[in-house]
Design a protein around this ligand. Structure first.
Ligand code: ADP
Length: 295
């Protein structure tokens, strides 16, 4: 400006100007512009640092949260493993003590110990499968399999009480499937164990199989238990996704269904649930059917 009144200068500064140059003193122009460029660059740099700081703080919070989840997870898994181990050790210590017991009591103690050891094995197997999935090291066999033979092994793993409750329908009348026998058994065991766990002891659980029109075999595990509230169905297949209904009813780790889903998808199948709260649940999964000429 050639002439600046005090009011104009104050107004301009308030509006964001940092400096002003008088026309009759242009020597100040270059240094003033250079200084402004330096300061603008410094302001830009400090905004960038501020943004990076915010990002680092956010990342730190995520790491802290993950650390906390890890601690909770270790606590929960230890608790879930401690329960069967306590029963197992208790029963074995009675058997080992040499106390004279009626044969049926000895048989009962041994059967319970066996069941609890099986429970521990399932938790460990699910943990190992999950670790393999997370490390991208899940290696599945692709064999042509008779479903009936897998069902025989599933039945052999059930105890006497469970064998009375679980009914198998049509599992021997379906085409052969393609997949990994150990993993198919694991999916069935997890689903059957849930169906038995989340329904009253006097209600049956049905396992059925049928071919689909899309060259698949559809397997289903139905129970008449507590069911699953509609809005919570999508949380089921999340890691540690235990529902309030399930938590109130029985112990568990929240690992089983996520493992079932990963294994099923890795074999080229799908898994889903249909359920009504209070009436029961049906878990379905598909496996690719083997072509007739495959052996
Ligand atoms: P876990 O049974 O060890 O908690 P899962 O991953 O197998 O873990 O199941 C996750 C949750 O889904 C359970 O905690 C329970 O709330 C619910 N759930 C699973 N299966 C059933 C079922 N058949 N009926 C009712 N709720 C079920």
């Amino acid at each position: 400006s050639g002439h600046v009144g005090e009011d104009v200068a104050v107004g301009a500064m308030r509006a964001g100007a940092n400096d002003y140059i008088m026309k009759d003193n242009l020597r100040r122009l270059a240094p003033a512009v250079q200084r402004e460029i330096r300061e603008a660059a410094a302001r830009g740099e400090s905004k960038k640092i501020e943004r990076e700081l915010q990002e680092t703080t956010r990342e730190l919070e995520v790491v802290k949260k993950m650390d906390q989840l890890k601690d909770e997870f270790i606590g929960m898994i230890s608790h879930e493993m401690r329960n069967p181990l306590t029963v197992l050790l208790g029963n074995l210590s009675i058997l080992k003590s040499g106390a004279t017991l009626p044969p049926e009591d000895i048989a009962k103690l041994a059967e319970n110990a066996y069941a609890e050891a099986g429970e521990l094995g399932t938790i460990l197997d699910n943990l190992l499968e999950l670790a393999r999935v997370r490390a991208d090291r899940l290696q599945l066999a692709t064999e042509v399999l008779e479903l009936g033979l897998i069902i025989d092994e599933v039945i052999a793993g059930l105890n006497a009480g469970e064998r009375e409750r679980v009914i198998f329908e049509g599992c021997r009348d379906v085409p052969r499937v393609k997949g990994d026998a150990v993993r198919i058994k694991r999916i069935l065991n997890n689903l059957i164990s849930n169906a038995l766990k989340y329904s009253p002891k006097d209600r049956p659980v049905t396992v059925s199989a049928a071919p689909t029109e899309d060259e698949e075999v559809l397997l289903a595990v139905h129970d008449r238990g507590i069911g699953i509230p509609g809005h919570q169905k999508r949380d089921l297949f999340k890691l540690f996704g235990r529902l309030d209904t399930g938590r109130a009813y029985a112990d568990g780790t929240g690992l089983g269904l996520v493992v079932c889903q990963r294994l099923c998808e890795a074999m080229g199948g799908r898994i889903w649930v249909e359920s009504e709260e209070g009436s029961g649940s049906s878990f379905f999964f598909t496996l690719p059917a083997a072509h007739e000429d495959q052996s």
